[in-house]
Design a protein around this ligand. Structure first.
Ligand code: PRP
Length: 173
């Protein structure tokens, strides 16, 4: 029976455990760094980033970039606008995304960030949907690989709703 509520797909406990592991991996890989610039992709990655940085043992400098696809579609429109005031020259950088779907957003962000000449640039995503890819981009750290499903929660929205859910869910059709 349809309840109108999203049904849980990845639990809060699973997310917590995986985020801890990812924070450990990022910390290990940057153990020689004096600081790490963590760039959170708004809006969707704000909750993941907040939890992830609390599991990273290297001192973090938090920065933000806003990326948005036009429209309220359930998949990327391909037209991505970026807004930021980042200065990443010679910095060790970790880009944090909530999900890589077609790869269009990440590809556009990577082009932009590479122009800012960071010392290193790693990509971290909570979710990856490789079967939806239109541009071949890959993360260095992936929380969960999922099939081509539309998911919400833990920062991800459906027309602006459900970002506050503490778990990843599949919305009622
Ligand atoms: C979502 C998500 C990623 C992007 C992934 O952002 O946060 O940034 O789409 O899709 P892609 O790989 O097909 O480009 P969205 O543009 O919906 O904005 P939001 O983060 O504000 O929800």
């Amino acid at each position: 029976m349809a309840t109108g509520l999203p049904s849980e797909y990845i639990s809060a406990e699973q997310i917590t455990a995986r985020v801890k592991e990812m924070g450990q991996a990022v910390s290990d890989d940057h153990a020689d760094a004096t600081e790490l610039t963590v760039v959170c992709v708004l809006n969707g990655a704000f909750i993941f980033t907040a939890d992830l940085v609390r599991q990273i043992t290297v001192p973090c400098r938090l920065e933000f970039i806003r990326a948005s696809s036009y429209g309220l579609l359930r998949s990327s429109s391909g037209m991505v606008t970026l807004n930021h005031d980042l200065d990443l020259e010679a910095r060790r950088v970790l880009l944090v995304e909530d999900i890589i779907d077609t790869g269009l957003t990440l590809s556009r962000i990577l082009d932009e960030l590479q122009r800012l000449r960071p010392a290193s640039l790693k990509i971290c995503t909570l979710l990856d949907k490789p079967s939806a890819r239109k541009i071949p981009v890959e993360a260095d750290y992936t929380g969960f690989t999922i099939p081509d499903l539309f998911v919400v929660g833990y920062g991800l929205d459906s027309a602006g709703l459900y970002r506050e859910l503490p778990f990843i869910a599949i919305p009622d059709p």
